[in-house]
Design a protein around this ligand. Structure first.
Ligand code: DAH
Length: 336
């Protein structure tokens, strides 16, 4: 038995040494190491041998199996190398053929702006707070100081679902209520968060209007937060986005969930020579909203803001039509 094993081994090694091409290599593998190969069959034999022979034979057949397997791998590498060299020499491989370019993905321009915003707000101590896209009428409107009869609801044309009272959020502001209730610990803790995400409006689509877009809401709640803090914080943020020489204008406005309320405009060479660009709404959080979030408005105050980052992205890249954003056209997306 052992003798036969040794001669199979020697024969296998000798044959392997003469192999010059991968077809012969494959035949050799089948013959020795394959399912029905000589070595494999010997391995199977081990279990059937009488006890006295089993240990010695088993040990040797395993050694030989390993030796042939590694000799095979070595030979295979050599043969492949030789074949490649031969193909190159015979001109079967055209090394002048241009390679196939690999497609590399990139970040959507809107995502790039969102990330830049998040980085800046993070450096100013604001956490990102994720809030849901599908909301109740109560959170989107009522708890933000707009009961069902309130005419300010007309500012947002709404997508309704087939479930009464369930809508797609028209702004990220309902996230303020979620953030206060989840992070405020019954109105006992200060908060600094931004709430980025998609909002949905029932609009006639045009080059300037989409039915969905991102907003970046912000909320700061504390003991002594004032309008000065709001103006200073937003101005600092805009300096970090547009550069130190950006001009920032606060215009008085109206939102039901803030009092007083303002709109923020910027003017900057970074977004072209045009006029003022409206970038956000903001204000001091209305006492009713603080209360709905669990805070005592006689003890706590805060400011809130809502940016429309897509406007900035459009200007930054001189994109002529907002419908490109979610059209998924590679000719557009590949430019960023
Ligand atoms: N939710 C407002 C909108 O969609 C934007 C906004 C204005 C958000 C003022 C705020 C704010 O947090 O204080 O038009």
């Amino acid at each position: 038995m052992l003798e036969q094993l040794e001669s199979t081994y020697q024969e296998g090694l000798a044959l392997l040494r003469d192999i010059r091409d991968s077809a012969a290599l494959r035949d050799w593998e089948l013959k020795y190491l394959g399912k029905k190969g000589a070595v494999t069959q010997m391995l199977r034999l081990v279990g059937t041998l009488p006890k006295e022979e089993r240990a010695a034979f088993g040990k040797r057949v395993n050694e030989i199996n390993e030796a042939l397997t590694s000799a095979y791998a070595e030979r295979e590498a050599l043969v492949q190398q030789q074949e490649l060299a031969r193909d190159l020499e015979e001109g079967e491989i055209d090394v002048t053929l241009p390679g196939r370019a690999r497609q590399v993905g990139g970040l959507h321009p809107a995502t790039q702006t969102l990330r830049q915003f998040a980085d800046i707000w993070a450096a100013m101590g604001f956490l990102v707070f994720r809030s849901r896209d599908v909301e109740s009428d109560e959170l989107n409107f009522s708890l933000l100081n707009m009961p069902p009869y309130h005419p300010a609801r007309d500012m947002w044309d709404t997508f309704h679902t087939t479930t009464p009272g369930v809508i797609l959020r028209t702004h990220t502001s309902p996230g303020q209520i979620h953030a206060m209730r989840q992070l405020g610990d019954n109105g006992s803790k200060p908060i600094r968060v931004i709430l980025p995400g998609m909002v949905y409006r029932y609009e006639q689509m045009s080059a300037r209007k989409e039915i969905q877009f991102n907003q970046v809401e912000g909320l700061a709640i504390g003991r002594h937060i004032t309008l000065t803090d709001l103006k200073g914080t937003i101005t600092e943020f805009l300096r970090r986005v547009f550069g130190a020489d950006v001009r920032v204008r606060f215009r008085s406005s109206y939102f039901p969930f803030t009092e007083p309320s303002m709109e923020v405009d910027v003017r900057s060479d970074a977004v072209g020579k045009g006029g003022w660009l409206e970038v956000a709404g903001c204000g001091m959080v209305h006492p009713v909203v603080l209360q709905n979030g669990g805070y005592d408005p006689t003890q706590w105050s805060g400011f809130a803001f809502g940016f429309g980052p897509e406007r900035i992205t459009l200007l930054k890249h001189a994109i002529p039509d907002i419908r490109y954003f979610w059209g998924n056209d590679l000719r557009f997306l590949e430019q960023f």
